[in-house]
Design a protein around this ligand. Structure first.
Ligand SMILES: [Zn+2]
Ligand SMILES: [Zn+2]
Length: 258
């Protein structure tokens, strides 16, 4: 195996090695019964971009691997509820992955909702977007919030449940593009269950340090925004070409209302 680095090439190598030793599963498919193989719960928190999540999801599909993609509904950096967001989230689902909710209690505070009411409406909205019930949740920046978290009964899996954080499953995270206990690939021969938290941004973007990767992500985000505006210009140009026709139809519509 090559030297450890945060690249899609190394991510693919890690998964390829992992799937030969362990059973890789999303939260909704885990089983606490005695298993032939040790399990790796594959968790992704989407904090920056649905597009790089999709890149990771496609790579996993090629390797026959399924993960849980935890989506934020109120993130400044990607619109989960727009038509484009829905299309990507459903593509993640159609690639075989589970859609979970990456909830952010600071949003519930901002709209003056209780934690219970906030997460209930998020679960309802994301289930609608995903086209199936959302049963797994993970918190965004859990140490920054003070709300008491009472989960609705529909939630079956909480990613930060002690069982997944150094209980039956050992927790390894790439948070901020830094491993506390060495790269995932150095753990794979251990005989135990793992929960891997992988943020797509560190693996899909250019740069050697996490700060550089953040800047690369910002640039990729700008490209997406530029693409959207180009499409908007094309659409408006086609409307402008038919302006007389549209004006006529508009006038007829107004006449019809009188
Ligand atoms: Zn490695
Ligand atoms: Zn997060």
């Amino acid at each position: 195996m090559r030297a450890c680095e945060f690249t899609m090439r190394h991510y693919r190598e890690i998964l390829d090695k992992t799937r030969k030793i362990h059973q890789i599963v999303p939260f909704c498919q885990l089983s606490f019964r005695k298993k032939k193989k040790y399990q790796v719960l594959l968790r992704h928190d989407i904090d920056n971009s649905l597009h790089n999540a999709l890149e990771m999801a496609r790579c996993e599909k090629e390797l026959g691997v399924k993960a849980t993609y935890f989506v934020q509904l109120h993130c400044d950096d990607y619109p989960a509820g727009s038509a484009e967001g829905v299309r990507i989230i459903r593509e993640l689902r159609d690639l075989g992955h589970e859609i979970g909710l990456h909830y952010d209690p600071s949003y519930y505070t901002a709209i003056e909702k209780s934690f219970g009411d906030g997460i209930k409406s998020d679960l309802r909205d994301l289930s609608e977007i995903a086209g199936r019930p959302v049963v797994s949740v993970s918190p965004h920046l859990p140490l920054l919030h003070g709300q008491e978290e009472r989960m609705p009964g529909s939630v079956k899996y909480r990613a930060m449940d002690p069982v997944f954080v150094n209980g039956e499953y050992k927790y390894l995270s790439d948070s901020n593009g830094v491993f506390r206990e060495g790269c995932f690939c150095t753990h794979l021969t251990n005989r135990r269950n793992y929960c891997f938290l992988v943020h797509p941004v560190w693996w899909t973007t250019e740069g050697s340090r996490w700060q550089e990767k953040m800047v690369s992500q910002a640039e990729l985000g700008c490209l997406v925004v530029r693409g959207r505006y180009r499409a908007k210009i094309d659409l408006y140009e086609s409307i402008m070409k038919k302006r007389n026709e549209y004006d006529k139809r508009f006038a007829e519509m107004l006449k019809g209302r009188k």
